[in-house]
Design a protein around this ligand. Structure first.
Ligand SMILES: [Mg+2]
Length: 306
């Protein structure tokens, strides 16, 4: 089954609506300010009537299915429509504070019935990376139950003499002691795996440091470079693609981060769909060099195009 973004009356209607929005807010022929995304999207639409067809989706979680404790309206129904229409989809999240099973349970509590096996997170990518390189031990700078993703896979989680130091968003468990132990292990020969490299994220009380600054500190101290496991690394997207069983050009990635989600996916040959929910900020999208293939107010609006 193919998704035809421009074919049929609904697709054309969307194009006309977007065209009207662009005309209202800028003089003819001029591209500037907040209209840039709309203009770019229109251009892409007109240019790629045929080659935007997709058979499957990779979908980000945080900011696309939910924001905080609130599911995004209409997204659950959209997933049901994808099922009914025969589209394949998997979820690729940079979340590193929960093990895969806990991510699935959280989604269940938000009203989503998503099999655990459909969810891909950086700890799973790290496990696969270690298997591929035939390495079997690691020291974890993580929090909560993330260690179970490693132990369930038969990886030895230890405090010394390890192949890899794995750094995720450890939150309050980023202690001076833990980081110093990581430093010593890296100096003794362990490699660094960064589960993600985000700089910060938003909690209800304000911005908090994410994994990136701590990985940077260990890199700076040791002179070694970390290997990135999560988005936008190609290996991470490929893990989802392999499970979908589809080539990149038949898949669209849907996310709220124009660089990590949309840019990362496009670099691999996928289509990139930006949604205006979650962390989406117009000024960030405008400043980005990435041009999404499609911009939607919400993943729920994808239904208009099916
Ligand atoms: Mg997100």
């Amino acid at each position: 089954m193919f998704l035809k973004l421009l074919k049929g009356p609904l697709g054309n209607r969307l194009l006309l609506e977007m065209g009207a929005a662009a005309r209202e807010s800028r003089p003819a022929g001029e591209i500037r300010g907040p209209d840039l995304l709309i203009k770019k999207t229109l251009t892409t639409f007109r240019r790629s009537v045929v080659d935007i067809d997709v058979n499957g989706f990779l979908i980000d979680l945080d900011g696309v299915l939910y924001v905080g404790k609130e599911p995004i309206p209409g997204v659950r129904e959209l997933l049901e429509r994808l099922d009914q229409a025969g589209y394949e989809y998997r979820f690729v999240s940079n979340s590193t504070r929960r093990r895969r099973r806990a991510v699935a349970e959280r989604l269940q509590n938000l009203g989503y019935s998503i099999p655990e096996s459909f969810i891909f997170t950086p700890p799973l990518a790290a496990v696969e990376f270690m298997r591929r390189h035939k390495k079997e031990s690691c020291f974890l700078v993580t929090t909560g139950n993330v260690h179970q993703d490693f132990t369930d896979a038969g990886i030895k989680v230890a405090e010394e003499d390890v192949d890899y130091v794995v750094v995720g968003d450890a939150g309050p468990d980023f202690t001076f002691q833990r980081l110093n132990q990581a430093l010593r292990l890296i100096m003794e020969g362990s490699q660094i795996l960064a589960l993600e490299m985000d700089r910060y994220w938003m909690e209800p009380e304000g911005l908090v440091l994410s994994t990136g600054p701590f990985v940077a500190a260990l890199e700076y101290a040791t002179g070694k470079k970390a290997t990135l496991m999560g988005k936008p690394s190609a290996e991470f997207f490929q893990m989802g693609l392999r499970d979908l069983g589809l080539p990149a050009e038949e898949v669209a990635m849907v996310g709220d981060d124009i660089n990590t989600d949309v840019g990362g996916a496009q670099d691999l040959g996928m289509k990139g769909i930006l949604v205006k929910t979650g962390k989406y900020r117009e000024e960030v999208a405008r400043a980005s060099a990435v041009s999404p293939d499609l911009v939607l107010d919400s993943l729920a609006h994808l239904g208009k195009l099916l």
